[in-house]
Design a protein around this ligand. Structure first.
Ligand code: F6P
Length: 542
């Protein structure tokens, strides 16, 4: 199939042709003195500058047209109205109902409100010291045991908003099946004053089950009786019977529902660690920030819609310009967990090979998403961004207000963020490199020899998102922005972003290797490499 035939949208062939004849970023910016005004958007606390992207006005108009042809406006309303957008599991994806009651189906409002009230009451008991451990002492530490969507969102938010944290109880996170994770987290904790949240939508996830069992054993070994274990365990799950079977009292189970996907669930009771760490007021601010973005997503026309714009840019770079990778670079230490959180949100949603009806996709789907906090990344992989041969779309995220009392640090931080975007855009030519070497006192021969190594191609794109301030409201809006961006890409690529069947096979095979590692015969049918690895680790273990 030729590039021009890859998408059924009438605008696509023309758009693809246009993509191959674009001016450089430097000339795009030079040609239109008002380009930044024309290629930026503002929604509440978020400002997006996408003027450093390879888009001229005709390409952007055609992308908006393509969004219409893909049925995006109607698809947005279908999502928000609770239609079965998750077609392989026949259910809605109503994470918006958790923060925007006005957008949701009525019957959801009551259970959401009841659950929030239950969360609020529990948080109050923890904060006032009314919730007691088995020896009658107040809880000082809460450990969230969960993985994937039951870990990454709450962990990212608690880290991002650490300056809002109440002194007690402290909140910790355990996810990995590597026992070192749990042991390291509880090493300095007192079982008498530690409470565990077992967070698992399915309550069947191996890592969470084994970590919860080990935590229960730790409490019992310290002298907690079976009867008083209920004072140290609560659960968040949509599988209440299995949580009860595990030994968690039904009163201590916070419900969630199949209409909330794991990676979209931090707004539900899965956000319990957030509510405990920050308090209910801040948790509700987080929801309000997301609601602001939901309302914008629902009401803004395609041309002024921030999530739609981000999605169209990614679509453009992937489909037309063959980009494979996207870097998330938050210039905010406290957003250090954002790339890991977005990896699950984006790659678990968009890493698909078939359309909603099961036909092979005609083009690549989700990009490889990665990143770390600036400026740390500058002293590491930015070399590849500036001089490597691969193409990476970059999202810079900065906060206008400082996040510490060290004001000068913040100015340096912002200067570096802006400087990186500028360097990606402008680069350094051979002539500039030579002139620089000569003025540094190098001989002409030496300057000729070294200059090619100092050339920076430039013409590399970046988006810059600026938050007024890193607070619960702006963070809620930022997360919802990326959630909706992912949904739009699902629509443009015509795939289901709400299932994740791809993770199941590895889980099944891992479960089958376990008995072999514990001494059972290794099946003859396994491939030679898997057999040899299992044998090696089996004998190391004994
Ligand atoms: O393995 C992937 C996954 O199914 C994610 O989608 C999910 O967020 C995570 O596991 C945890 O699932 P649960 O909350 O059911 O334990």
């Amino acid at each position: 199939m030729s590039n021009k035939e890859r998408y059924p949208y009438p605008s696509w062939p023309q758009l693809y042709t246009h993509s191959q004849q674009l001016p450089t970023l430097v000339s795009l910016l030079a040609e239109d003195p008002d380009r930044v005004d024309h290629f930026s958007l503002e929604v509440g606390p978020l400002y997006l500058d996408y003027s450093k992207c390879h888009l001229d006005a005709p390409a952007r108009d055609a992308l908006w047209q393509l969004a219409e042809e893909a049925g995006l406006p109607a698809a947005i309303q279908r999502l928000l109205a609770g239609e079965h957008v998750n077609n392989t599991e026949q259910r809605p994806a109503l994470h918006t109902a958790l923060r925007s009651p006005s957008l949701s189906a009525d019957d959801k409002n009551t259970i959401v409100a009841q659950t929030q009230a239950k969360v609020a009451e529990f948080v109050e008991r923890l904060h006032t010291g009314a919730w007691l451990g088995y020896t009658g002492r107040a809880i000082t530490d809460v450990v969230n045991i969960g993985i994937g969507g039951s870990d990454l969102g709450p962990r990212m938010v608690v880290t991002a908003l650490s300056n809002y944290q109440a002194a007690r109880p402290r909140v910790h996170f355990v996810a990995n099946i590597d026992g070192a994770d749990l042991s390291d987290q509880i090493a300095n904790l007192n079982p008498e004053t530690t409470l565990f949240i077992v967070a698992s939508k399915s309550f069947s996830t191996l890592e969470t089950r084994e970590n919860a069992l080990a935590a229960r054993q730790w409490l019992q070994d310290s002298g907690c009786s079976q009867a008083l274990l209920c004072q140290h365990f609560v659960a968040v799950s949509s599988n209440v019977p299995t949580a009860v079977e595990f030994g968690i009292s039904e009163d201590n189970i916070f419900p969630m529902w199949d209409w909330v996907g794991g990676r979209y669930s931090l707004w539900s009771a899965i956000g319990l660690p957030i509510a405990i760490a920050l308090g209910m007021k801040q948790f509700k601010e987080l929801l309000a920030g997301a609601e602001l973005m939901d309302t914008h997503f629902s009401q803004a026309p395609m041309a002024a819609n921030m999530p739609v714009t981000l999605a169209l840019l990614t679509f453009w770079y992937s489909a037309a310009l063959n980009y494979q990778s996207q870097a998330i670079l938050p210039y905010a230490q406290r957003l250090s967990r954002l790339p890991a959180y977005l990896q699950q949100l984006d790659m678990e949603s968009l890493g698909k090979s078939v359309t909603v009806s099961g036909a092979p996709l005609a083009d690549d789907s989700g990009l490889i998403l990665w990143g770390t906090e600036g400026t740390n990344g500058q002293h590491s992989f930015h070399q590849l961004l500036h001089q490597g041969t691969r193409k990476v779309l970059v999202d810079f995220i900065a906060c206008a207000q400082p996040m510490s009392v060290l004001d000068n640090h913040h100015t340096y931080l912002l200067a570096n963020c802006i400087g990186q975007g500028q360097a990606l855009l402008a680069g350094k030519s051979l002539a500039e490199a030579k002139a620089e070497l000569l003025s540094a006192g190098k001989s002409p021969d030496e300057a000729d020899r070294l200059a090619p190594h100092k050339v920076i191609p430039g013409n590399r794109p970046s988006n810059t998102l600026i938050l007024d301030q890193l607070n619960p409201h702006s963070l809620g809006a930022l997360i919802a922005l990326y959630e909706h961006k992912v949904y739009c890409l699902g629509v443009l690529w015509n795939l289901n972003p709400f299932d994740q069947w791809g993770v199941e096979l590895g889980k099944q095979l891992g479960a089958a290797v376990y008995p072999a590692l514990t001494g059972q015969a290794i099946p003859e049918t396994w491939d030679a490499s898997t057999r040899a690895l299992t044998e090696r680790l089996q004998s190391n273990k004994q």
